[in-house]
Each structure stands twice: as structure tokens, then as C-alpha cells.
Design a protein around this ligand. Structure first.
Ligand code: PEP
Ligand code: MG
Length: 647
């Protein structure tokens, strides 16, 4: 069998023949998993691909798993590769990337690195100088005259106003919302007057400002209204901004002049907005949240970011690697480790570039059946990352963005304008808007329950909307009004029993009735549910929804009883669990027999390891973040090409 390939690649096509020699440096050489990876990759290309493990051994077909395994090439083998055909250059490069990346294994002789682990808030690798950002503490000094101290305070407030206005002009919408709230606060007499009164009572400007804001902060924190409680971090940030000016520390935020990894306890939106985008290559935070504004913006700008680092022992100004793929921060790496990560970065970049051409692709099965790929949207800014032509619609709008960044609860009109923008962007493609999914991992100040012993099992999603009917009604009214501008569908999160769907449908019918008073032609948008609670997936036939969308992030969490954000049990929180696959299959089968669309909008939809299996389970609608769109389409297309090659 092997002997049949014992020939040099065809010399007649030498203009398309590419060759290379590479040493196998991974732990186990070309056995088992690496052999499967190599043949799988080789099959994605139409070129003939042959490999040779020693000068006197035969050429073998890299697309044949039997031949590749039979070569038994151990670690250290010098592998010759010859590729011949139309896509030879690209094929050879991809194979070299795979082999030089040790098939994704950890290098065998790399000692365990001194690393600190955190949660990935924005994927990627960054290398740069560690720059620490600390919140500065104001020093105590005796007060000067009332006029001098009052003048100092008012001047500082004026400077902060000017700085905020400038930042708002250049900031992305979600950061601008927070900054606008701060601008409104800093001009508010309820803050300025007590501070001036404290100065008249003998305080210095910094002390007066700190007293005043701390008083306010106490009110915010003690308030029954959790919405105000949540705004306290914006107020604390404002306190610091004025103090910086009082101490003439406007420059104390570091000026970045080279590739930098920002290291901080937490990063305020105003600090983030002031950092030079050209040099801010990565962000590592001790606190922070993957749902913070800074995390959202980091994702949309592709700035790798880690949050929740237990300790940060990185030295200021030292070279640091932020590996927001495996979730670790590496301080003062050796030259070898640095070189290894630079290589991985280059591979990542090349792969991202190569995948871009798939943006325009239309994935199908060999039978011609379409596979649809929608995008998930977490802010209006996400729409800038991708053209509507390149996706099949919006499979999930996380409407929480309207509620978390703003200074007040968004009214019906504000929401209507946002939903209208989404449907207009999508043209006639479907836009699936999820009603507010507050609670659990998405606490929303002013709405989420306080002091729940287990917020993930508490009042969240539809449960919370049903307890806050005014807010729910506003959202449904805005959605129904926006539905006349395009193809809008409404989706309910965290549904557990059919009664919740029925109640929501009744409420929607009521609202429709009211709105038909002014627009008799209004039609009810399709009403679907997220499948993220096992009780729903197990008895999916009981739910008379117009469509289903599998929320694998929460579904895995509830099936495996693992907090989705807890790194210590990440090995248990896995989609590759038969129970998870069973419930996904059941949902897809139910949708198919009832003629109802089923999509999957959790992170599983974008994970290369699962995409094939999901298609095999019958999934035809994927919904992924805009940053993952090209990669997922590339994987789906490669599957089809493989199938054609295998045939
Ligand atoms: C999910 O749970 O899979 C999902 C898509 O929703 P979220 O991640 O917003 O909870
Ligand atoms: Mg969810």
C-alpha cells in the first residue's frame, strides 16, 4: 500500500510544487492524535500532499490516516513534505504551522511556566511591557485660604468636564454612555455645593471632595435601589479623576510608547478610554468581569484580556506575556518562551487572515443543504465589525447592554431606536432579540435581586422580567414597534416551564392589541425560547415556541452543576459530555419533527472541536460572535470539502 506512493512528486507541475523539511518536536511524534490532525488538515486542500520520514523511506500520502500512522515517526524525525497542486503554497504553510505548533501540545521539554491564571475576557495573545495602573491615594495637607481651595476645586472640576467631553467625542458608544453619566454628575450642584461648604468649614479641596463623594457613595451603596448601588463604581472613578487634577496628576496615567500589557486591580472605563490604543496590546486585571464594559470593548477591538487573576506578581516594566487563549499571565519569560509565543502569535494572525476569505462563503452540506451562520450582538458597536452581507442574520441580541451602561433605565423610545437600528442593519434577514437576561452572571444594578444565596439558580432572565412587569412591557412594546422595520423575532431567556412562555405570549398579545390602536397592521413577531435549562431540553415537546435557540453556556452549567466562570472546575464544565450532546440532539430532533428552527448561540457554536459534531447532530443554524464568524464559516466549509475529498 505504502509502496504505491513511492515516487517523487510530478516534475511536470514543478511550478506548483512546494517542499519543506521540518523536525517533529511534539512529545509523541506522528502518532494517534497528531496523525489524525495532520490527515484532517491535509484533506482540506485539493493539492497532492506527500510526506517522507527518512531519505530512504517511501513517500506516503498525507491524506491517508493508515499510511501516516504506519510511518510511526517519533519525536525528532526530520519530515520532508512535498505539496503539488493549485493550493500547494497555502497547504504547505498550514501543515508547517500545525507541526511547528507541536499539534497544539505543550512543548515536551518546556518546564512548567511560572504563570498566573485568570478568565479569558477577550481571546488572543499579547506580549509587552507590564505597565501598572493604580488608583492613586490623595495625600493629606493643611487647607489654604477658602478662596484658594474653592478655586482649586472648581478649576479641577472644570478640567474634568473638558477631559470627559473630549473623551466622549472619541469613545465607542458603550464607554461614552458611562462617561456621559459622569459628566452629568460632575456638573451637579448636589455634589459641588457640599464640597464647597466643607471647604468653608476648613477642609482642603481634596479632603472636601473626598468627604462629599464618600457621603454620596454611602448613599448609593445603602440605597434600596440596586441600580444606584451599581453606579457607585462610576462615581468612585469620577472621584479619582477630580483628585488627579487636584494633585496635578493628569499625566499620572502612564503614557504608552511601546507594546504594553496593562496590569491593574481593575480598569475604569475613563482610564481605558484615555489609553493609547496603538500600544495597549493586552489587559490583565485582578478583579474585573468578562461582562464589564472594558471587556466588551476589548473583545470588539481584539485586545486580549484576562480578568480574575488571583494574585498579580508581575514586576512593573518587565516583559510579560498575556496568553488569553489558555488564560495565563507569564512574567519575565525566557527567550525561548518568548520566541515560542511570538511564533504562536504569528500563526494566530496568519490563520485569522486566511479565514477572512471565508466571510463571503455560503456553507452547505454535500447534499446542498444550507448551514446558516448568524452573529451574536452585545452592543450596537458590534455591527461595525461585520457586514450584514456576510452573515445570515442576528441569532442573539444580548439586550443587557442597553441596561448596564446607561445612567438610567432605558425607556421604550430608547430601546425602540436601538432595536430599529438592528433590524435596519440586517435588511430582510432575521434578528433574534432576547428579552432582558438580568441576574446570574449578568447582574444589573436596580433590577437583580440582592443577596441571593445562589444567583445562578435565582431570579434571572424571564423570571426577573415577570417580576418587573413595567420594564418587561416597555421592552416588548419597543420590540413590537421595531418589528415593523424588518424581520424581528423575540426570544425569552432562562425559561423553565411552559407556563412562562404562555404568560409572555399573553402579555405580548395584550401589547399588540394596544399598539394596533395606532397601527392596525401590526403583526405578532415570532416568539421563541432559549434552551438553557435542562428541564426544558428534557421535555422540549411541551414548549409551544415558534423557534428554539440552545444556550449552551448555561445549559452546560446546569447539566454539569458547574459555575461557568470558575476556572478550578473548568475540566468538568465541558460541552464534550454525553449528557450535553444528548439534550442538544433531543432539542434538534424535536425542532426538526415539529418544523421549528433550532439554532445554537452559546460559545460551543464557535468551538472548532464541536462544530463537526453539532452538524452531525443535525444542527443547521449557528450563531457566533462577529469576531468568530470567518473562522466558523471556514470550519464549516472545510467539513464539506473534506466530505467531497473523502468520497
Ligand atoms: C448561553 O447561555 O449559551 C447564551 C448564549 O446566553 P448567555 O451566554 O448570554 O447567558
Ligand atoms: Mg444564557
Amino acid at each position: 500500500m505504502i509502496g504505491m506512493n513511492e515516487r517523487q512528486p510530478n516534475p511536470d507541475q514543478s511550478e506548483k510544487l512546494y517542499t519543506a523539511t521540518v523536525t517533529l518536536t511534539n512529545k509523541i511524534g506522528l502518532h494517534a492524535r497528531p496523525a489524525i490532525q495532520l490527515t484532517k488538515l491535509a484533506k482540506r486542500f485539493s493539492s497532492q500532499i506527500q510526506i517522507k520520514t527518512a531519505s530512504n523511506s517511501p513517500w506516503i500520502d498525507a491524506k491517508s490516516i493508515v499510511q501516516v500512522m504506519a510511518a510511526k515517526a517519533p519525536r525528532g524525525t526530520r519530515l520532508e513534505i512535498a505539496v503539488n497542486g493549485d493550493d500547494a503554497r497555502e497547504a504547505l504553510q498550514s501543515l508547517l504551522d500545525l507541526i511547528q505548533n507541536d499539534f497544539g501540545e505543550k512543548p515536551a521539554d518546556t518546564p512548567e511556566l511560572e504563570t498566573e491564571s485568570g478568565h479569558v475576557a477577550s481571546r488572543g495573545i499579547a506580549i509587552g511591557k507590564a505597565v501598572m495602573i493604580q488608583h492613586r491615594i490623595h495625600d493629606q495637607r493643611p487647607a489654604d485660604s477658602i478662596e484658594t481651595e474653592s478655586g482649586l476645586l472648581l478649576d479641577s472640576i472644570e478640567s474634568v468636564k473638558t477631559a470627559l467631553s473630549a473623551l466622549i467625542r472619541n469613545a465607542d458608544k458603550d464607554i461614552a454612555d458611562v462617561l456621559e453619566f459622569q459628566l452629568a454628575l460632575v456638573q451637579d450642584k448636589t455634589l459641588i455645593d457640599p464640597a464647597l461648604a466643607a471647604i468653608r468649614d476648613g477642609s482642603s479641596a481634596p479632603s472636601a471632595w473626598v468627604q462629599t463623594i464618600d457621603d454620596q457613595l454611602r448613599h448609593y451603596k445603602e440605597s434600596d435601589n440596586a441600580y444606584f448601588q451599581g453606579r457607585s463604581s462610576d462615581l468612585a472613578d469620577l472621584k479619582q479623576q477630580v483628585l488627579n487634577h487636584l494633585h496635578d496628576e493628569t499625566e499620572s496615567l502612564p503614557t504608552l510608547s511601546e507594546d504594553t500589557v496593562i496590569v491593574a486591580d481593575d480598569l475604569a472605563p475613563s482610564d481605558f478610554a484615555m489609553l493609547d490604543r496603538r500600544y495597549c496590546k493586552g489587559i490583565a486585571l485582578k478583579k474585573g468581569s468578562i461582562n464589564s464594559h472594558v471587556a466588551l470593548v476589548a473583545r470588539s477591538r481584539r485586545i486580549p484580556m484576562l480578568v480574575g487573576l488571583q494574585t498579580i506578581a508581575i514586576k512593573a516594566d518587565s516583559t510579560t506575556i498575556l496568553d488569553a487563549i489558555e488564560g495565563r499571565l507569564i512574567g519575565e519569560p525566557s527567550l525561548e518562551v518568548l520566541a515560542e509565543f511570538r511564533r504562536r502569535m504569528a500563526i494566530e494572525e496568519r490563520q485569522i487572515k486566511a479565514q477572512q476569505k471565508y466571510l463571503t462563503a455560503v456553507p452547505t452540506l454535500p447534499s446542498g443543504e444550507r448551514i446558516y451562520v448568524d452573529i451574536n450582538v452585545g452592543s450596537l458597536d458590534d455591527l461595525k465589525q461585520v457586514s450584514a452581507e456576510h452573515c445570515d442574520g442576528i441569532g442573539l441580541v444580548r439586550t443587557e447592554f442597553l441596561f448596564t451602561g446607561a445612567a438610567k433605565m432605558p425607556d421604550e423610545e430608547t430601546q425602540f431606536q436601538a432595536y430599529k437600528k438592528l433590524v435596519e442593519w440586517a435588511g430582510d434577514k432575521p434578528v433574534t432579540v432576547r428579552t432582558l437576561d438580568a441576574g446570574g452572571d449578568k447582574p444589573i444594578a436596580g433590577l437583580s435581586e440582592k443577596n441571593e444565596s445562589n444567583p445562578f439558580l435565582g431570579v434571572r432572565g424571564i423570571r426577573l422580567s415577570m417580576l418587573n412587569l413595567d420594564i418587561f412591557r416597555n421592552q416588548l412594546r419597543a420590540l413590537v414597534r421595531a418589528s415593523t422595520f424588518g424581520n424581528l423575532r423575540i426570544m425569552l431567556p432562562m425559561v423553565t416551564i411552559p407556563g412562562e412562555l404562555e404568560n409572555a405570549r399573553r402579555l405580548l398579545a395584550e401589547i399588540l392589541e394596544q399598539l394596533r390602536g395606532s397601527d392596525p397592521k401590526l403583526e405578532r413577531p415570532p416568539l421563541g425560547i432559549m434552551v438553557e435549562v435542562p428541564a426544558v431540553a428534557l421535555c422540549i415537546d411541551d414548549f409551544d415556541a415558534d423557534f428554539f435557540s440552545i444556550g449552551s453556556n448555561d445549559l452546560i452549567q446546569y447539566i454539569t452543576a458547574c459555575d461557568r466562570g470558575e476556572p478550578k472546575i473548568a475540566h468538568l464544565y465541558r460541552g464534550a459530555n454525553r449528557a450535553v450532546f444528548e439534550l442538544i440532539r433531543k432539542t434538534i430532533d424535536c425542532g426538526r419533527s415539529a418544523g421549528k428552527p433550532v439554532s445554537l448561540c452559546g460559545d460551543m457554536a464557535a468551538q472548532p472541536d464541536y462544530i463537526d459534531a453539532l452538524v452531525d447532530l443535525g444542527l443547521r443554524h449557528f450563531s457566533v460572535s462577529p469576531a468568530d464568524l470567518a473562522r466558523v464559516k471556514a470550519t464549516l466549509c472545510a467539513r464539506n470539502e473534506n466530505a467531497v475529498n473523502d468520497a
